[in-house]
Design a protein around this ligand. Sequence first.
Ligand code: GLU
Length: 461
Amino acid sequence: MKLTKEQPKQKETTVVHEYLDEVFNTVLQRNPGEEEFHQAVASFFKSLVPILEKHPIYMEKGILEQLVEPERVISFRVPWVDDSGKINVNRGFRVQFNSAIGPYKGGLRFHPTVNLSVVKFLGFNQVFKNSLTGLPIGGGKGGADFDPKGKSDNEIMRFCQSFMTELAKHIGPDIDIPAGDIGVGAKEIGYMFGQYKRMAGASHTGVLTGKGINYGGSLGRKEATGYGAVYFVREMLKHKGATINNSTFVVSGSGNVSIYAMEKAIELGAKVVACSDSNGYIYDENGIDLYLVKQIKEVHSDRISEYVKYHPEAKYVDDSTGIWSIPCDVVLPCATQNEISEEAAKQLVANGVKVIAEGANMPSTAEAVNVFVNNEIMYAPAKAVNAGGVAVSSLEMAQNSMRLSWNFGAVDEQLQEIMTKIYHNCVTSAKEYGHKDNLLIGANIAGFIKVADTMIEQGVI
Ligand code: GLU
């Protein structure tokens, strides 16, 4: 399989393409059927062409061959008893992808679609996202094919305890520090932390992030991914002499990332007209009533369709993918992977979208990304845009080590600084490697350099 269609002309280019094709073929052979993982690696490899042409040392040192192979993959049985007394079995994972620049760090996802391919694509991208934050954290990811939807609190607690009973053997504040992702919020982190503490017989506060504020959680962690995404968009617009004020946003999803992206966008003067859940989307021309969305989602864990009961002038459509047909200036996909298809991307472009910034991990298909890039839309990939979450997780670890807790403003100020730096780092790398304003290439190259150089410094072991 070839990663690129065009025939390369120069000698360096030919060598680089052949090398990338060779490594990518190994990925295909070694990881059969893992489509999401293939997609993440293919997209990343394409961005590396200019840096490999300029610095063949990365090929000579076999960096890519090492990067695509996780340092460790753990797969385990998670048995638990439901409220009716029935025994259930789920499959749990932790992929410890790369520890070059620090201990493994990354979230846990509980969702029925979780499998090895999904955890590996997330873990692979996490390595470069964490590198972009500028903080000393390696990359990992985990989760289970458990569906928290419709489960009682006791069932969720028993599942989390069983999950941690195995995971505890592999993690630690200086080894691997999991956090939340889809289906894992402060409640689940609390149950897992309690189980870890029981097993360890000690309170290793820094073993998980996204904890409750009472026992070592950081103020601002809950908001960090969404706020960080909007801070990133603010930088993108500033670059073009524009601001968020008075622009129209469409933000898919209605989970943690989406809610706090909407909150910050509204605070900065945007009108957010639509959001969604896996069943459908709401369109409120007057601007989304975020207080109501929070009540529906955070307090009652209900469906977004409830919104129109309180705002009958708004529209609910029973198909979440339809959200991309709404005209707007800025799109923040904050639901899940591959939620923007090629057709949806074309429709967004036809409707005059100016900015696409990915709040979710890999929300655009490869074809959708091509549509954005070919039409010169301001497009920014997840590993840059949503890095604020893991960045504040790293700040939580720092506070835990110091046995201190910073106020909200102190955390938020650092988050803004980190997001601004990431943006400028992406822009500089894109320009340096001949792809001015291409934030996809910029993010991948900037994330890669630090990890790759560190791997060379530390030697092959
Ligand atoms: N799951 C989040 C992400 O995709 C956060 C990970 C963390 O805080 O460790 O980056």
